[in-house]
Design a protein. Structure first.
Length: 294
């Protein structure tokens, strides 16, 4: 498992160093304002913790665009603990999207080729998440993440996905305030900062700083969260998406039914609705204990 983790880290590093050929469109328009909602959305931030359990999730996403366009997506993700509860591998992907454009959305994005409806495969995201600090009386939780964005997505000629890879690094801190009641368990506050990069031409990349704050109310039946997030690139042509995200994740045994909503405040012209279900497998720490005993 350590060799596998080292291989992942080497791949992440090489992705940052190897130049790639990006699409031939005007580099100032390779930005989330003009592309589909799954091209490069604001990544969900961590709250200072990583997943200690093997977790899988399957969602239905509906992006209602400000220009009348509609995108429906099957989305999947997984968190896989590695050699320690403090390290996990995360993989997520808009598996397939079905889109419908309008004359207004086409006039806004001005893609090289016009397509009013169709479907496309999305990009795969892979990250390694590390728990650097564990929460104590005065100490917050702290996590760092290194991620790559593949160029597996289709439809760059229709401005559905970027035809170029990217990567990001970020750090998150979080602290919980515990409650004494039986229903309300804690209120958690978290902050996030990082660096995001994607290729926009053969010789140019867009560098962006990431930011975010988040509050999570944890109860016996569900967790309710609200986050303000975004990233800002240096080119300045629709590359500074800012969003508000809200979600409710319910506890039903090992299942985690969820609903979520995201609103684009800037450079992300979409209402994003999500319904889905997650499943939590066995406690990772117990698995590690069994391995050590063997």
């Amino acid at each position: 498992m350590r060799k596998f983790t080292a291989y992942i880290l080497i791949c992440l590093s090489l992705t940052c160093l190897v130049p790639v050929v990006a699409p031939a469109q005007d580099e100032g328009r390779i930005s989330p304002l003009y592309f589909g909602p799954n091209a490069l959305p604001v990544p969900d931030m961590l709250d200072g913790r990583v997943s200690e359990r093997f977790y899988v999730e399957l969602d239905y996403d509906c992006h209602s665009g400000f220009y009348g366009d509609l995108t429906q997506t099957v989305f999947a993700k997984a968190h896989i603990p590695l050699f320690s509860p403090r390290v996990n591998l995360s993989v997520w992907m808009p598996v397939v999207e079905f889109y419908r454009n309008t004359p207004a959305s086409i006039a806004h994005s001005r893609p090289p080729e016009v397509s009013y409806s169709g479907y496309q495969i999305g990009n795969v995201y892979v990250s390694v998440d590390f728990q650097v600090l564990k929460e104590g009386r005065f100490m917050p939780d702290m996590s760092v993440r290194a991620a790559i964005v593949t160029a597996s997505g289709d439809g760059d000629e229709y401005f559905r996905n970027f035809d170029a890879p990217g990567y990001f690094f970020d750090a998150s801190i979080g602290k919980s305030v515990k409650f004494q009641g039986d229903f309300f368990q804690s209120l958690r506050l978290a902050a996030n900062a990082g660096f995001l990069c994607w290729q926009v031409s053969a010789n140019t990349q867009n560098d962006a700083y990431m930011y975010g704050v988040k509050a999570v109310l944890e109860t016996r039946l569900l967790d309710v969260s609200c986050a303000w997030q975004g990233y800002t690139g240096w080119i300045g042509d629709g590359d500074a998406p800012m969003v508000i995200k809200a979600s409710a994740v319910f506890r039903a045994g090992q299942f985690r039914p969820l609903i979520a909503y995201e609103y684009g405040l800037r450079d992300y012209p979409f209402h994003h609705f999500r319904v889905g279900v997650g499943f939590v497998f066995g406690q990772a720490e117990a698995l590690f204990r069994i391995k050590r005993q063997r």
